[in-house]
Design a protein around this ligand. Structure first.
Ligand code: PLP
Length: 435
């Protein structure tokens, strides 16, 4: 009977069971475990264009794109060729290369607020290093983040608002020392009054404010222009470093990122995802006088064995060159808008309360009447209905993010046929979830 059961089990299921023996929870990053939607994670074997295939041979239209990096689709021939060429010259040197200069020049050209840039290997490293730099530059300790924004898993950033409203944050993870969390204040996204109140009392002792100017980690939520304008003004007035975390929005909502859309110049910017084209690369950069504080020039230490890895830089450069071509983002926006409009119409036809939003190649789906403006509003959406929709779509070969708190991503490989197929599948899924 045991053998029979074994044979009838899908490969995804048996791989998941095997994975859990040697990997905590069976995954190397928690959201992959499907905990919030339930069910068995799919183990991916290969990907191409807008698709990937799991261990049972099922094909999916992929709307997570490795959580953002795969903006030109999987296995794009130009990126593949650049990676293959780089690989035959060696994997890692621990010494500088010309390609690192090229990607730095490209980043500074595409994001003009970045006068100098340092490469790292993950978004977490980028935000963690940017915070240390801001603290070193200002000689202050306190930092501010906003509820619902995610900036990676450095201690100072795994913090939620404490009961002392404007002052002390509390850890959101065991292992984060309370004294570290206390240096982080968590404010509400898009709450201008609270922001002013905070700066009036603690602005002068605040090293940095870090924000996702277009948030993609509480589903998709846009900052308002007023909120970002006030934030920029207050940071300038109080000598506080404004850090835009554009790890997700960078190169994705527009070629110059959210800062280009809003016309706001941050002091520092964090980048990741797209700049590695699917390989581990990320970066932080900005004002020349601030970046001059970094080792080896200045007193703020920061380093990395694999920083500027030649293979990752080759993938990133090839990706940046493709997305820099005229019309790339207009076309990407049009595709994303087509998807979102189709889904909204399909939900309406099925009588399901639903709203959706998109900016560039990023979208948000909300099982709610309106597009949310804060984390609190996102939590009020119909999460059980999202979960049911997610599974119906998964069974139909469409892979959305396995959580109602994540944004989705369209690539330039998602053509109209793929988008329309998605909408057709969604019609049936919405109908099945309508009560
Ligand atoms: N910042 C933002 C806005 C992100 O979306 C993420 C990851 O999703 C990070 C930082 C952390 O990046 P990484 O997962 O590469 O450490």
């Amino acid at each position: 009977a045991g053998t029979l059961l074994q044979n009838s089990m899908s490969r995804n299921q048996s791989l998941f069971e095997r994975a859990q023996r040697t990997i905590p929870g069976g995954v190397n990053s928690p959201v992959r475990a499907f905990r919030s939607v339930g069910g068995t994670p799919r183990f991916i074997e290969r990907a191409e264009g807008p698709y990937f295939w799991d261990a049972d041979g099922q094909r999916y239209i992929d709307y997570i794109g490795s959580w953002g990096p795969m903006i030109v689709g999987h296995l794009h021939p130009e990126v593949l060729e650049a990676v293959q060429r780089s690989l035959t010259s060696g994997f890692s040197f621990g010494a500088p290369t010309e390609a690192e200069i090229e990607i730095a020049e490209e980043i500074c050209r595409l994001v003009p607020s970045i006068e100098q840039v340092r490469l790292v290997s993950s978004g977490t490293e980028a935000t963690m290093s940017a915070l240390r730099l801001a603290r070193g530059f200002t000689g202050r300790s306190r930092i501010v983040k906003f509820e619902g924004c995610y900036h990676g898993h450095a201690d100072s950033l795994l913090v939620k608002a404490g009961s002392g409203l404007l002052t002390f944050g509390n850890p959101t993870s065991a292992g984060v020392p309370p004294e570290v969390a206390r240096e982080t204040t968590v404010l509400e996204y898009n709450n201008v009054g609270q922001l002013r109140e905070f700066f009036a009392s603690l602005g002068d002792e605040t090293a940095a404010v870090i924000i996702e100017p277009i948030a993609g980690n509480m589903n998709l939520v846009r900052a308002t222009t007023e909120f970002l304008d006030v934030l920029r003004e207050l940071c300038t007035a109080h000598g506080t470093i404004l850090i835009f975390d554009e790890v997700m929005s960078g190169f994705r909502v527009a070629l110059g990122g959210a800062q280009a859309l809003f016309g706001i110049t941050p002091d520092l910017t964090c980048l990741g995802k797209v700049i590695g084209g699917g390989m581990p690369a990320a970066a932080f950069g900005g004002r020349r006088d601030v970046m001059a504080m970094l080792a080896p020039l200045g007193a703020v230490y920061q380093a990395g064995t694999l920083s500027g890895n030649p293979v990752a830089v080759a993938a990133g450069l090839a990706t940046l060159r493709i997305i820099s071509r005229p019309g790339f983002h207009d076309d990407l926006s049009r595709r994303t808008e087509r998807l979102v409009a189709g889904l909204v119409e399909a939900a309406r036809a099925a009588g399901v309360p639903f709203a959706a939003d998109s900016i560039g190649g990023m979208f948000g789906l909300y099982f709610a009447e309106r597009i949310p403006k804060s984390f609190a509003e996102v939590t009020q959406s119909d999460i059980p209905r999202f979960n049911a929709f997610f599974h119906k779509m998964l069974d139909a070969g469409v892979y959305f993010a396995p959580s109602a708190y994540e944004a989705g991503f369209v690539s330039s490989a998602h053509d109209d046929a793929v988008l329309d197929e998605t909408v057709a599948r969604a019609r049936a899924a919405f109908s099945a979830t309508a009560s």
